[in-house]
Design a protein around this ligand. Sequence first.
Ligand code: AAL
Length: 412
Amino acid sequence: MISYKSVAFNLFISLLLLSCNNQKDTNEDLNLKKTSQYTEADYDFLAIGNPEKLSAASKRALENNYHKNDVWFGAFRDHSIKGDIGYEKGVIRRDPTMVIQVDSLYYTWYTKSTGKTYGFGTGDPEKKVFPWDKSEIWYATSTDGWDWKEQGLAITFGPEGEYDDRSVFTPEILVHENKYYLVYQCIQAPYLNRSFNTVGMSVADSPNGPWKRLDAPILEAAKDGEWLGEEDSRFAVKKQGSFDSQKVHDPTLLFYKNKFYLYYKGERMGERRTCGGREIRWGVAIADKPEGPYTKSEYNPITHSGHEICVWKYKDGIAMVSSADGPERQTIQFAPDGINFEIKSYINWVPSAMGLVTTLDNDNHPTEALTWGLHHKTQIYPGESWLTGDNYLARFSFSKNRNTKAEFANKK
Ligand code: AAL
């Protein structure tokens, strides 16, 4: 006897199988659609013999366009420079700006300080806590980009009690309509683990100054986390808050799409260790005028990796190099709209705090803007750490081919 129950059960199973088959068909259709956008040439370039049987790596190679991104790959190299801004014992010179050219002279600005670094918690608020603490912004010029002459001070600390009274450092330069804009990090005393920092700006009519400092910062940390307890630890939090809840670092200003794009690195209250490194993300804030007001993009964070900002205009978009931290460290990326970055290539080593030379024809090639520039290095003394070492400037180049060591050995 066939019971109503078993009929209902069989019907249920049949419907289930039918819907699974439909599901299967739909997935296959989707796969077909996806793969049909690729040509025989694509498969051939990637040595994919059977497009019906794609391994995960082959699917990724097709989806990520590895076969079309070849032009974004290459390798950085490091070169010593001559003159005043290379290694000097007891002197910190670091975080150089982009290299601009005015009347056939190259210019760069950088963080400069002297004096021993002690770290936090000494009990003496006057003691330097980081190599970039108690620092000012100096500048140097060169006729050939190799031999540099230090010209002197550009920006010093603000008046006591102001946002920039303790340290001004990590500058970046923008030249726009014959005016010079320096943006940089600022610290107000006292410098504690839990200090929030700001971005300041000074403006001049000539690269040699005089520089006029704005009365207020142009960018501030979100400050929307919550500290845990009273101890001065930046890792003890009840809540972390936004990607830039504690720090807004490495400001880099580009004139793009008729607006001013201020790219920056955010650091979070209660920063975590992730992906074998630090929790670092980038954001962008946009303004109609160079002095602001700047509005942080709703799409922030725009990266989940990187360290010091290195961005340049390429065609209608923005390209960037992601350096030390995060899952996408050591990659070159491109965003057609300056916001939505995709990985284009992977690199073995990225120089620290790159300042790109701005006189190159960026659109000539995806990595043309990386042809040369300045970066910083660290001299660590025996038995000590990077904290008490000296920083100095050097030059980098980018070779479109990773295997050209011999070619470079013959140069500088
Ligand atoms: C750099 C930059 C910022 C940080 C410190 C000095 O590499 O990311 O400038 O504050 O380290």
